[in-house]
Design a protein around this ligand. Structure first.
Ligand code: ARG
Length: 471
């Protein structure tokens, strides 16, 4: 995009600005660049134009603009949208922001009547409206990506409902679980993220236009008309709050930061699992890169980068919280700084979703390695204790007996299921031959068949129920 920093005030008095009437000297050149936002807020152009179209339509409906003027303004705005789409629009830094670039161009295109568009509004309610429209659209597209990712997880969970792997606490082998169950844990995190996003959208989709600069306007505006035209669910109830509120952006960044936090946890697991030490999954080559010096390397760059980008989005949230802290009512120029963190959070989250929607379906678990890891490390010790309880031993005593069995096995360099029945019976008379079924991996996972458990059938049922939860 071209930025014309030289298109200067022709009179030299500052009066060629849209707001220049009371000024007697031109804006300092540095200040002009320092205060301009057009380099980044031109991203709001289509929202700005749609907001102006709705505003002009409303002004006509209440008799503030004639039908002819409203038509002329609408045609001019449509033409400007086309110029922007075609990359022909000349964005100018001296015109400060997206709003004044478009308004000024409108006056070029349609002449004097263009000067009537800004009746009854301010850039303060205009920018708040643009930003909410932008964010609503971003939320809807992120929501669709999240749904695709939920479906990818469900499909993989169903496919791998029987695959046994070690479950971890403290990153130590704890109990066997199924890979499908692990993926459904990710599904639950993502489902909460999506619910939070939908809740955030309710507070995003409220129209502030009509607040004008801060106190409302003297014109007989019809705010519901504008809300309907732009698809807002409701209108803001207080003009001071309408222009100053950025809670909706903070809420979005908070939802985005938490979602990224979840992704960073998944990605950390993918990095671990794809290491030679775990060797649980193969990441597809197309999601990895090599090393310029070590020919053998295949690095999990995509999960690592997602893990890293989590920090950016947390930073975006902190930026916005800090930006809004202590701001007096109503609008302050500080608010111009809200856009870049918000855009960054939207873009980063959306990119990470794109990466995961590609990566998750391509994950292939290495069954033998997962199984071997689950078989070692006494992962069925709790199953043995539970078995003793069923034989009438109190759980605390059972825990102690199994501890002794683990010590014995360690001593002999064996796993629990490799001890003889007589060795086990020396520790506890109540142990019978059926104990060896309890000590198998399949026995261990399939015994956990209650709602929320890791049994393969339960995982299949949970995945099926999950489908109904993905709207
Ligand atoms: N570029 C400004 C922003 O992003 C638009 C609103 C400016 N309002 C004002 N009174 N200076 O916040």
């Amino acid at each position: 995009m071209a930025h014309d920093t030289t298109a200067d005030d022709k009179s030299g008095s500052g009066t060629s600005k849209l707001w220049g009437g009371r000024f007697s000297e031109a804006t300092d050149e540095f200040v002009q660049v320092f205060t301009a936002s057009v380099n980044f807020d031109q991203r709001l152009a289509s929202q700005d134009i749609r907001g102006s179209l709705a505003h002009a339509g409303m002004l006509q409906s209440v008799g503030v603009l004639s039908e002819a003027d409203a038509k002329t303004i609408a045609a001019g705005l449509e033409q400007i949208q086309q110029e922007i789409n075609a990359g022909e629009f000349q964005w100018q830094i001296p015109l400060e922001d997206v709003h004044m670039n478009i308004e000024s161009r409108l006056i070029d295109v349609v002449g004097e009547v263009g000067k009537k568009l800004h009746t009854g509004r301010s850039r303060n309610d205009q920018v708040a409206t643009d930003l909410r429209l932008f964010l609503r659209e971003a939320i809807d597209s992120i929501d669709a990506q999240q749904a695709a990712l939920q479906n990818a997880l469900l499909e993989q969970a169903e496919r791998h409902a029987d695959v046994i792997m070690p479950g971890f606490t403290h990153l130590q082998s704890a109990q066997p679980v199924t890979f499908g169950h692990h993926l459904l844990a990710w599904f639950e995190m993502l489902t909460r993220d999506r619910e939070r996003l939908a809740d955030c959208r309710k507070r995003v989709n409220v129209l502030p236009l009509g607040s004008a600069a801060l106190a409302g306007t003297t014109f007989p505006i019809d705010r519901e008309h504008v809300a309907n035209a732009l698809g807002f669910d409701s209108i803001t109830a207080n003009s001071l709050d309408g222009v100053s509120d950025r809670d909706f952006a903070i809420e979005f960044c908070s939802v985005a930061a938490l979602t990224m936090n979840h992704f960073s946890r998944w990605c950390e697991e993918l990095v671990l699992w794809s290491s030679q030490q775990f060797n649980f999954v193969d990441l597809p080559d197309r999601f990895c890169t090599g090393s310029s010096i070590m020919p053998q390397k295949k690095n999990p760059d995509v999960p690592e980068l997602i893990r890293g980008k989590t920090g950016r989005v947390t930073g975006d949230l902190i930026s916005l919280l800090t930006l809004m802290k202590s701001q007096p009512l109503a609008y302050n120029k500080d608010n111009q700084e809200d856009k870049e963190p918000l855009f960054d959070a939207v873009d980063t989250l959306s990119d990470c979703l794109t990466a995961l929607v590609g990566l998750i379906p391509a994950l292939s678990p290495k069954l033998a390695n997962m199984r071997a890891a689950a078989s070692s490390g006494f992962a069925t010790a709790t199953d043995l204790a539970d078995y003793l309880v069923r034989q009438g031993v109190a759980f605390r005593d059972a825990h102690h007996i199994v501890g002794q069995a683990v010590a014995l096995a360690l001593n002999e360099g064996k796993e629990l299921h490799e001890l003889d029945l007589t060795q086990l019976q020396k520790l506890c008379q109540a142990i019978g031959d059926e104990v060896f079924d309890v000590l198998t991996l399949e026995g261990s996972v399939s015994a956990r068949a209650h709602v929320g458990g890791t049994a393969p059938d339960t995982v299949r049922a949970a995945a099926k129920a999950g489908r109904l939860r993905v709207r």
